[in-house]
Design a protein around this ligand. Structure first.
Ligand code: ADP
Length: 341
């Protein structure tokens, strides 16, 4: 379904040139759910954008559904894009249109007549589980519902390939799971090939058949997800695998911490990539009337920022602790709040 051959992408930049993707070769088969994982700046977005012609490789070729998207332009590329659709982290919905109108939009563009359009939109609304929300505007929907609209719109014209650009990164863990389950359903029911990029290994583990790990513009490890989990070869892959295997280990830690800190709340922060825990903690101390005890955790620094988990203990008036936790939730970190009792 997808063939990437000797692809390189160089961007011009003020400092000279940036090689965003280098020496990438990849074959993705029909019906596969393929994941690409890497920290921020690894080249994932550039790679996925070359699959639908949003970026053109500097060298090499990209073929999707028998069309060489790295060569074609204009109306030919527009036609190809009907078979290669995309969903995004921030949904990219039309804010002034209802759910129904958003989903109908690509059908309108494709010239589907009104009767067919209405029928198809109804089918899609059922498929993604948005019955009853047809006339809502995006601002009236939860994050998960917005992504359901994004998915319905993306598959409206029966594409062959669905590209997912950090499609669950703005969602809480429970909603993430429900969206991932929907993607698996669609993959099974429609035989759709799915390529997703993410910095979260649990997304890969939950739904992908194979995974490519990207670092510094290159694919440094590639294989079936189960094998990569069982036997990661590269340092970076080991770190990603740890992201997912750590929770078992931390159960004990949490038990100990809750015994030691019976008042207030213990908060587990999960950082990946560019998240920075220091400014977050500084902000907590400065702006909230809480005491912040920094407890144990594993934080490692890379050139992209920090990753790992950290436990902190917040104590003070209940309302002030709640406000501090709301603030943490508004930051780009994974958060779990542990309470005694
Ligand atoms: P990722 O999606 O893994 O975060 P990207 O593909 O966005 O990685 O970026 C890879 C590298 O290419 C980064 O160094 C980034 O700064 C650079 N880059 C991405 N897009 C552009 C662009 N349009 N112009 C210049 N440099 C870019």
């Amino acid at each position: 379904m997808i063939s990437i051959k000797d692809v390189k992408k160089i961007y011009p930049s003020k400092k000279g040139k940036v090689t965003a993707v280098d020496e990438v070769n990849l074959e993705i088969t029909e019906g596969e759910i393929f994941g690409v994982i890497g920290y921020s700046g690894a080249g994932k977005s550039t790679l996925i954008r070359m699959l639908n012609g949003l970026e053109i490789p500097t060298e090499g070729s990209v073929t999707v559904a028998n069309r060489m998207v790295s060569k074609i332009r204009g109306s030919e590329l527009r036609k190809a894009r009907q078979e290669i659709s995309m969903i995004f982290q921030h949904f990219n919905l039309l804010w002034s249109r209802t759910v129904r109108e958003n989903i109908a939009f690509p059908l309108e563009i494709a010239g589907v007549n009104k009767t067919q359009r209405l029928k198809r939109v109804d089918e899609l609304i059922k498929l993604v589980g948005l019955e009853g929300r047809e006339d809502a505007y995006p601002s009236q929907l939860s994050g998960g519902q917005k992504q359901r609209v994004g998915i319905a719109r993306a598959i409206a014209n029966n594409p062959k390939v669905l590209l997912c650009d950090e499609a669950t990164s703005a969602l809480d863990p429970q909603t993430t799971d429900s969206i991932l389950e929907l993607l698996v359903d669609i993959n099974k029911q429609l035989g759709l090939t799915i390529v997703l990029i993410t910095h979260e290994m649990h997304v890969i583990r939950k739904i992908c058949h194979r995974v490519a790990v990207m670092e510094n513009a290159r694919i440094v490890e590639l294989g079936p997800v189960l094998e990569v989990f069982k036997n990661p070869q590269q340092e970076i892959t080991k770190r990603f695998v740890q992201q997912v295997t750590e929770p078992e280990e931390t159960k004990e830690t949490v038990g100990h911490l809750l015994e030691q800190y019976p008042h207030g709340k213990v908060v587990q922060l999960g950082f990946v990539g560019e998240a920075a825990e220091q400014p977050l903690i500084t902000n907590l101390i400065r702006h909230y009337d809480v005491t912040v005890n920094i407890l144990q955790g594993k934080i490692s620094q890379t050139q992209d920022g920090s990753y790992g988990t950290l436990f902190i203990h917040l104590d003070g008036e209940e309302s002030e602790v709640s406000k501090a936790i709301d603030f943490i939730h508004s930051q780009q970190v994974g958060v779990e709040v542990m309470t005694n009792g």
